[in-house]
Design a binder for this molecule. Structure first.
Ligand SMILES: [Cu+2]
Length: 153
């Protein structure tokens, strides 16, 4: 009888642990996002996702697809620290003509420049600091309409 009680007590403890583990896993679950390049009604090139929200330190699996119907149009996506001036950043990027990705501490994550029809998935960890993290395409001139905001909260 005593052994049976111990056994039941052990089962209850294990169930509690499983419950805690599952709950823990849920809050730190990988965030999966897909962003595509597209056009708005004015025929401006844009991202189909103007913003997305993540938790601090959440693992993000970001798929970026260049869906541009123009076969010569190349795009990327670069996520920057809060308050980064995207006009200045985009201007700086022009000098890095192979992929338009400058060496800059403001970069949180980025994809390479993709040709039309290509897609890529990158994984990165969201910053711990809550705030608004701008993203843009650094192909010269695209940032004016190809931009958005990653919100960490
Ligand atoms: Cu672009």
């Amino acid at each position: 009888m005593k052994n049976k009680e111990k056994y039941i007590s052990l089962i209850v403890s294990l169930l509690c642990l499983v419950s805690i583990a599952l709950h823990g896993c849920q809050s730190s679950k990988t965030k999966t996002i897909t962003i595509q390049s597209t056009y708005n009604m004015n025929k401006d090139m844009i991202y189909d996702t103007p913003s997305f929200t993540v938790n601090p330190k959440q693992v993000i699996s970001l798929t970026f697809k260049n869906s541009d119907p123009n076969p010569t149009m190349r795009h990327n996506i670069i996520i920057l620290k809060p308050s980064t001036n995207i006009v200045e950043f985009s201007t700086k990027a022009i000098a890095y003509s192979s992929d338009f990705i400058p060496k800059d501490k403001a970069i949180i994550a980025y994809t390479p420049l993709l040709s039309s029809g290509d897609s890529i998935t990158i994984r990165f960890t969201a910053p711990e600091k809550k705030g608004e993290y701008p993203y843009l395409c650094t192909f010269p001139g695209h940032f004016t309409t190809m931009n958005g905001m990653m919100i960490v909260k």
